[in-house]
Design a protein around this ligand. Structure first.
Ligand code: HEC
Ligand code: HEC
Length: 377
């Protein structure tokens, strides 16, 4: 690391840990330890695991990726209340996954939901209806176009621009800001799951009930033999068909991925269901499938195995935080001379000590290397 970067990382870290006792200031070194009484709380120590496709394939983080990673945790790209509150993409899409605990009174119907078309963050975005929706996980986002629960926007770049400008009243982002965020989101991978193969079939590690459920998942519906669960949730395509359907949940919504979905509750666009059992019961009613209670349980067991992950959570460490700060510092080194003002990043560091958000860890560090990138490509 160049000296300049060390100094930048040190000053960011100093701000981050400003609330810790004076003698507990972290040192930028490989043997930094967790200060006693540190403000890194349990929630921060146990984070949803985040993995990146290029690292899983043995590649390195690019400048653009690091820029996007940093912006993802910065409130400076937003305007109005979101910025004042120190919110960032990461407040809702925690570690690129979802945030099942997010609850804003008056704007959420239940934890994990938020009304992005409400007046709170941008009065101009208000559609006049209280219609909170779940925060989708961004794992595998590059396979999940079109974007938004209703699939209204085909391009990820356009969706992100819309989030910044229309939902959170931010200034028009520069091309580089958008490129960075898109590069970052496109790398957020599904987590490996030893219970499935790379084309979405169960392996011998899955329990018997799940295997019986897998057969039901592929079995033609009794009222319409041209259709099964797998018609819309396509096994070798991240379990989506990239289309919207009316499945009796209140309109047309896009088919959801079932990969790592165990961690995406509450389910459906409005988060109406908390368990796979409830979701299966919905489909049973809607398509008049005539499932027995045992078959419903088997389908739920299948969803549970299919939606699992080998290591869903990763313990954060101060070293991981510091390593990421060093990466961020190297971004600032390039970004600031290149004309992206320092103020594009700064509220992120200021808001961190209050516990709102600190830079995220890099969980691929110190965690076992996954077996293979998934899905391939
Ligand atoms: C207040 C919580 C919140 C914040 C902050 C937030 N999002 Fe979201 N995000 C949501 C919700 C809710 C949806 C679903 C919106 C919809 O269907 O219209 C969503 C949807 C998305 C999607 C579409 C995913 C898909 O599969 O369709 C992307 C991509 C995304 N957000 C990226 C971002 C980025 C990038 C930022 C920061 C610039 C951000 N979000 C900030 C809550 C949030
Ligand atoms: C006609 C296409 C279609 C068929 C058939 C279908 N699904 Fe879905 N599935 C969807 C759509 C669309 C959604 C999202 C609904 C919403 O957001 O309101 C969804 C959502 C889900 C979810 C919730 C995922 C989440 O994260 O919210 C699960 C689980 C699921 N489906 C499983 C199944 C099972 C099991 C079957 C067979 C019994 C099935 N689906 C049949 C289209 C389909």
């Amino acid at each position: 690391m160049r000296t300049q970067q060390v100094i930048l990382a040190a000053s960011i870290a100093a701000m981050l840990f400003a609330a810790a006792p004076a003698d507990a200031a972290p040192v930028i070194s490989k043997d930094a330890t967790l200060p006693v009484g540190s403000e890194l709380n349990a929630e921060l120590l146990n984070q949803p695991t985040e993995m990146f496709s290029m690292e899983m394939a043995g590649g390195k983080r690019s400048y653009l990726f690091n820029l996007g990673d940093m912006l993802f945790s910065s409130s400076a790209i937003f305007g109005g209340k979101a910025r004042e509150a120190g919110m960032s993409c990461n407040s809702c899409h925690r570690q690129g996954a979802n945030n099942a605990r997010l609850f804003v009174p008056g704007h959420s119907s239940k934890p994990g939901t938020f009304d992005t078309s409400g007046p709170f963050f941008n009065p101009k975005a208000d559609n006049g209806i209280f219609d909170p929706v779940t925060t989708p996980s961004l794992r595998g986002a590059k396979y999940l176009a079109p974007y938004g629960h209703d699939g209204r926007i085909a391009s990820l770049r356009e969706f992100v621009r819309n989030v910044i400008v229309n939902e959170f009243a931010g200034a028009e982002p520069s091309g580089q800001v958008l490129d960075g965020l898109v590069a970052y989101i496109n790398e957020i991978s599904f987590l490996p799951n030893e219970k499935i193969t790379s084309d979405g079939k169960l392996t011998a590690k899955a329990p018997d009930a799940a295997r019986r459920g897998e057969a039901l998942f592929n079995k033609p519906f009794r009222r319409d033999a041209s259709m099964s669960c797998a018609t819309c949730h396509v096994g070798n395509a991240a379990f989506v068909d990239r289309k919207v359907h009316d499945i009796g949940s209140g309109g047309f919504f896009k088919t959801k991925t079932l990969l790592n979905a165990k961690f995406n509750a509450p389910y459906f666009h409005d988060g109406r269901y908390d368990t796979f059992g409830e979701v299966v019961a919905h489909f049973d009613r809607h398509f008049d499938l005539g499932l027995t209670p045992a078959e419903r349980d088997d389908l739920a067991a299948y969803l549970d195995a299919l939606g699992d992950a080998d290591q869903p959570f990763t313990q954060n460490t101060v070293q991981a935080e510091i390593d990421e700060l060093a990466q961020f510092a190297s971004v600032l080194d390039v970004a600031i001379p290149a004309g992206i003002p320092k103020s594009s990043f700064w509220p992120w560091t200021r808001s961190a000590p209050s516990g709102a958000r600190s830079p995220r860890n890099s969980p691929t560090r110190g965690t076992p290397r996954p077996r293979a990138a998934w899905p391939s490509g």
